[in-house]
Design a protein around this ligand. Structure first.
Ligand code: E4P
Length: 214
């Protein structure tokens, strides 16, 4: 499974990149707002660090605005993927931009039929949000399994990108369910390496060695 980082923090992106595990980046307007930086400038900075897909979301909610912003974002770097909402206007913009050769990521996907339609419109990625479904007592992981099954049934090439991931078990379950990509906040990436037996085992190895040899 590919691993993207879900952040607009350049520092976090650089740290994850240095770990050698990073395949791409997803950003969204809320993440950019949190950083308080210019969206275009930050995307260009991210694309200098990461050569894999970097998702750049549009702010517009109408078709014309999405196309205008999408074309602008696509000019920033070759690895930009234009992120569009899974709405009627987003679907139409997905078709137009995909036909122009621009890769798209259809976001805010909460039910399997959105995923089926965006695949038909040529989306490169679809982003089902697990955590936000779990938050309202719906099973986010069921959505991942249903999309996987539909994409496999019909051979849709759109990559299933599991988003809104909150903890390491989400990542385990996504990998088991066959998600192509998981986009994960940096604090969760770090937790993926945690195990108390690793820590206590390491402590003992070092202590035993020091006891014997000083
Ligand atoms: C995905 O591309 C989104 O940026 C993200 O995963 C949303 O996660 P949240 O529900 O934690 O805000």
């Amino acid at each position: 499974m590919e691993l993207y980082i879900d952040t607009a923090s350049l520092d976090e992106i650089k740290q994850a990149h240095d770990l050698g595990v990073l395949d791409g980046v997803t950003t969204n307007p809320s993440l950019i707002a949190k950083e308080g930086v210019d969206y275009t400038k930050r995307l260009a900075e991210i694309c200098e660090v990461v050569s894999g897909p970097v998702s750049a979301e549009v702010i517009a909610v109408d078709y014309d605005g999405m196309i205008r912003e999408g074309r602008d974002r696509a000019k920033i770097a070759e690895n930009i993927v234009v992120k569009l909402p899974s709405t009627l206007a987003g679907l139409r913009a997905c078709k137009t931009l995909s036909d122009e050769g621009t890769r798209t990521n259809l976001t805010l996907c909460f039910q399997p039929l959105q995923a089926m339609l965006v695949a038909k419109a040529g989306a490169f990625l679809v982003s089902p949000f697990i955590g936000r479904l779990d938050d309202i007592a719906q099973d986010g992981m069921t959505l991942i399994q249903e999309i996987r099954q539909i994409y496999d049934n019909f051979g849709y090439p759109t990559k299933l990108l599991a988003a809104s991931i909150r903890h390491p078990m989400h990542v385990v379950q996504c990998a088991l369910a066959g998600a192509d990509v998981a986009t994960v906040p940096f604090d969760v990436i770090k937790k993926m390496l945690n195990h108390p037996l690793t820590d206590s085992g390491l402590e003992k190895f070092v202590a035993d060695y020091k006891k014997a040899f000083g």
